[in-house]
Write a protein that binds this ligand. Structure first.
Ligand code: ADE
Length: 315
């Protein structure tokens, strides 16, 4: 059975990131008015906040195609050149995890972004000549979990740089209600609120939880996602009152139990969790910091009193 797509297609359907939407609508209108390609955009921030969705919306609003690739997927300069060469005038090229492009591939992007051209090297060693190939005007949209991971020359070539923020409870509630409507899932406002409260400020998570809770509602309950259905399902899914999952709690428990509450260095902590430090820093820590459950000090990570309270270790 066909399942409708829940990602919004136009800026007007996109909930939250109000400031970004306002700026983008102006830049998009200006580019269209001048019949130019939109400036290159860099979106950064924790995963699941809508970087890909925004990029698709930008292409839709511009009335152009959106070609999607990622940093790790492009291994050779020639592959990047081929992708750039396949674009049509005005198209959007979305590069997810753009901080993972290797150096030679990244260097193809410099003239492409700046002059809409690629330099092809011909001949060998002493007789090398370079030939400049013109490209269609295009918009590169890069996404990364941390802007700091980008090389300065690449970062400097983006005209629009924006950080995506965690969503407010009210925004997530609206997103859940909208997604439920698109999926024809019966839901009560309080049910949507419960899901929103435990989605770590992240639409991707809210939508994932909505789908899982719909399964519980259909099989164990009467099909409607009420507050009780949502809460009981969320408990079964091991998502706690703050939206923390097992990984988040393992992180907090490690600081508290193994390192007496900290400070403990990121690398040490990551190793004890069996995770890569970049993953810990980009995926786990941002929401814990926002919730005030941890502090980052010069000497390392520290669990706050709120963390102890949340884990039920103090009153
Ligand atoms: N689905 C995922 N993110 C969304 C957003 N920001 N607005 C509306 N629907 C969404």
């Amino acid at each position: 059975v066909y399942e409708p797509k829940i990602r919004p297609k136009m800026l007007s359907d996109y909930i939250g990131q109000e400031k970004l939407k306002e700026m983008l609508s102006i830049y998009i209108e200006a580019a269209k008015k001048r019949k130019q390609s939109l400036d290159h955009c860099l979106f950064y921030g924790p995963p699941g906040l809508g970087k890909t969705t925004i990029s698709n919306i930008i292409a839709n609003e511009l009335g152009v195609n959106c070609k999607i690739t990622s940093g790790p997927a492009i291994e050779k300069p020639g592959e990047m050149a081929a992708i750039l060469n396949s674009l049509s005038e005005g198209d959007v090229l979305f590069v997810d995890e753009i901080h993972r492009l290797n150096r030679q591939v990244e260097e193809v992007l410099y003239p492409a972004m700046e002059d809409f051209a690629i330099d092809v090297l011909l001949g060998k060693e002493s007789s090398t000549r370079s030939l400049r190939l013109e490209l269609p005007h295009f918009t590169l949209i890069g996404a990364t979990t941390r802007a700091g991971l980008l090389s300065a020359p690449l970062r400097d070539r983006f005209g629009i740089i924006s950080k995506l923020e965690f969503y407010k409870k009210e925004e997530l509630t609206k997103i859940v209600l909208r997604s439920a409507k698109v999926l024809s899932v019966p839901i009560e406002e309080d049910g949507a609120k419960s899901i929103a409260m435990r989605s770590r400020g992240t639409p991707r998570l809210a939508n994932r939880l909505l789908r899982r809770i719909r399964d519980f509602a259909d099989v164990k309950y009467e099909g409607v996602i009420t507050k009780d259905v949502a809460e009981e399902s969320l408990d079964l899914l091991n998502v706690d009152k703050l939206g923390l999952d097992q990984n988040d709690r393992a992180y907090l428990t490690a600081i508290v139990d193994k390192y007496s509450g900290g400070p403990v260095g990121l690398e040490t902590l990551a190793v004890s969790l069996g995770e890569d430090s970049g993953t810990v820093e980009d995926m786990i820590e941002p929401y814990l910091l926002l919730q005030g459950l941890i502090d980052r000090t010069k000497r390392g990570r520290v669990a706050t009193e709120s963390a102890y309270r949340h884990l039920g270790l103090v009153q």
